[in-house]
Design a binder for this molecule. Structure first.
Ligand code: PGA
Length: 256
């Protein structure tokens, strides 16, 4: 069966009471159902403790939106992987285009974070994606393959049981304009093919999410694409009823 991970990236949203409401609604929505997909929520750091406590013993897994690669020390403002591990974080999003754009994160930095996350037994969700200008210039795959080369440098085939890649075209994030089915299908086929060849992996063993304006309305079409293993969802993950709808859609696809 294909692997499906539905992850909510809450970004810089939710005060503690809002996080509590949101995750409590998600927990009640999935109660007593036997889900085959993985469900992950990635709240801001300040809500990790609240959410971690509430999801204890539920089907929901915890993710963080960033980390630093050093385990501790004089790095003012940073959060280490052991700190995240303490709250039972399992996934860490790295290389998100918002961090690349607003905080000048490079592929080299993302690679250091990926290695540190894997070494500590957690799972990186490594985001890659082209800008609109790059797509219009016909450079999409040159950009994606270059990001993959640098972000995955020195990693081994065995690491892929713990790696999630998220294809997130920059122009589709938060814009309400999702990539078309054809664009997603093409990108996912190419990315899996590239990684499969580079690391000598079976393409079905590579977990590749799509992200960028996923909603309840377009998720059936997107998640049905063969090489799409779930979604990284921003805006639509902040409304429990929409997030739950997407989870149900993913489940129907897996069970059909
Ligand atoms: P979006 O964000 O769903 O709001 O487009 C996706 C993401 O940034 O991961």
């Amino acid at each position: 069966m294909k692997k499906m991970i539905i992850a909510g990236n809450w970004k810089m949203n939710t005060l503690p009471n809002e996080a509590e409401n949101l995750v409590s609604n998600i927990i009640s929505g999935i109660q007593n159902k036997d889900y085959k997909s993985e469900i992950v929520v990635c709240p801001p750091f300040t809500n990790l403790q609240t959410v971690s406590t509430l999801i204890y013993n539920s089907k929901i897994k915890l993710g963080a939106q960033n980390c630093f690669y050093e385990p501790k020390g004089a790095f003012t403002g940073e959060i280490s992987i052991p700190m995240l591990k303490f709250f039972d974080v399992e996934y860490i999003i790295i290389g998100h285009s918002e961090r690349r754009t607003y905080f000048s994160e490079t592929d080299e930095l993302i690679n250091k974070k990926a290695k540190a996350i894997l070494e500590s037994g957690l799972k990186p969700i490594i985001c890659i994606g082209e800008t609109l200008q790059e797509r219009e210039q016909g450079k999409t795959f040159e950009i994606l393959f270059n990001q993959l080369d640098l972000c995955l440098k020195d990693l081994k085939d065995k690491n892929f049981s713990n790696i999630v890649i998220a294809y997130e075209p920059v122009w589709a994030i938060g814009t309400g304009i999702s990539a078309t089915t054809e664009q997603i299908e093409e990108a996912h086929n190419e990315i899996k093919h590239y990684i499969g060849k580079k690391f000598n992996l079976n393409e079905d063993d590579i977990v590749l999410q799509y992200g960028g304006s996923v909603t309840a309305d377009n998720s059936e079409e997107i998640l049905s694409i063969k090489n799409v293993n779930g979604a990284l969802i921003g805006g639509a993950s902040l409304k429990s009823e929409i997030f739950l709808k997407i989870i149900d859609i993913a489940e129907n696809i897996l069970q059909s």
